[in-house]
Design a protein around this ligand. Structure first.
Ligand code: NAP
Length: 286
């Protein structure tokens, strides 16, 4: 049975992996930030030393895009230096790494879906710190999978889908931006792809894009959530092109999925996946 360590296990992606644990013939060891801080190489080393892991899934990251503009050093400490620590320890103990990166490594000016070899040019501190993490992995560890994911949501933690549902419940009127185009991606779908990588065990190393199929704006995403949640009642969700944020965001960050689809045939449309997760939300509340 493969032995897999999961770092950052208390985030939404880590918790979604935990949801799958009971269905998989994989021996997972989950570590939250309190148990392993990735910025502390000694704590990583201590836990890798005698454990004989086959793979590491890194879900740990500084993910607050807005706060990263103010806390640049902390974002880089976690997303770049912390990731470098992981790559070094994986290299020392012969552990393969599955690391999650982001569509925010791109500037959004291409206007067509980004391939894994397109030029990166992040326009905010979060994207810059995540790109530096990718570069460290490529420098330190051959046996890696860097998965660039976009617009993640799930039933865990804080995310756009859960925020929209709570606003719908409070009957608030929402002005949601139409200024960015990308692809909402369910953590369930991403975890299914991660498990596929672990199980096939022969995917070529390197960078993979992962999202659902298709694209929309945050406004379109909110309308779809509302449509599924309240069966058509989305009158209080209004489009705006005046939403101000501190961090610049790529106007277009749709990922080209051709490379992923050469190997992996299970991609769903973003609308299908929103339907699945909203249904799960309703069941969890009933
Ligand atoms: N969310 C998105 O829309 C999105 C989109 C594209 C890519 N991604 C990437 O996908 C991955 C998973 O994201 P997510 O949405 O699951 O994020 P999340 O819910 O914010 O989870 C991140 C986890 O990392 C932990 N963490 C932070 N600093 C740490 C450290 N120094 N050592 C160990 N753990 C640490 C956090 O712990 P605390 O909560 O205790 O701080 C949190 O549990 C990340 O790499 C992210 O960059 C996310």
């Amino acid at each position: 049975m493969k032995r897999v360590i999961v770092l950052g296990a208390n985030g939404q992606l880590g918790k979604t992996i935990k949801d799958f644990e009971k269905f998989e013939a994989i021996k997972f060891s989950f570590f939250s930030r309190n148990e392993i801080d990735i910025t502390d190489i000694n704590s990583l080393t201590k836990n890798f030393k005698d454990a004989d892991f086959d793979l590491c899934i890194n879900c740990a990251a500084y993910t607050n895009v807005e706060a990263a503009e103010r806390n640049v050093a902390e974002a880089f400490l976690i997303n770049a230096e912390g990731v470098k620590n992981i790559a070094e320890v994986c290299n020392s103990y012969k552990v393969k790494l599955i690391h999650i990166s982001t569509d925010y490594v791109f500037d959004g000016k291409k206007g067509k879906p980004y391939t894994t070899t397109d030029h990166t040019n992040p326009i905010n501190q979060y994207g810059k710190s995540k790109l530096q993490g990718e570069l460290y992995i490529q420098e330190k560890l051959k046996e890696h999978y860097i998965i660039r994911a976009s617009w993640l949501y799930s039933l865990h933690g804080k995310n756009f889908l859960k925020t929209i549902i709570s606003k719908i419940e409070s009957e608030a009127t929402l002005n949601i931006t139409t200024e960015e185009e990308g692809t909402p991606t369910s953590c369930i779908d991403l975890v299914t792809f991660i498990l596929y990588i672990i199980k096939v065990d022969n995917l070529p190393y390197g960078i993979y894009n992962f999202s659902a199929k298709g694209s929309t704006t945050w406004y379109g995403f909110a309308k779809e959530i509302a449509k599924n949640y309240k069966l058509g009642n989305s009158d209080k969700i209004l489009p705006t092109d005046k939403y101000k944020t501190q961090a610049k965001r790529p106007k277009f960050s749709v990922l080209n999925l051709n490379k992923t689809e050469e190997f992996y045939k299970e991609l769903r449309t973003w609308e299908e996946s929103v339907g699945v997760v909203v249904k799960g939300y309703k069941i969890s509340r009933s």
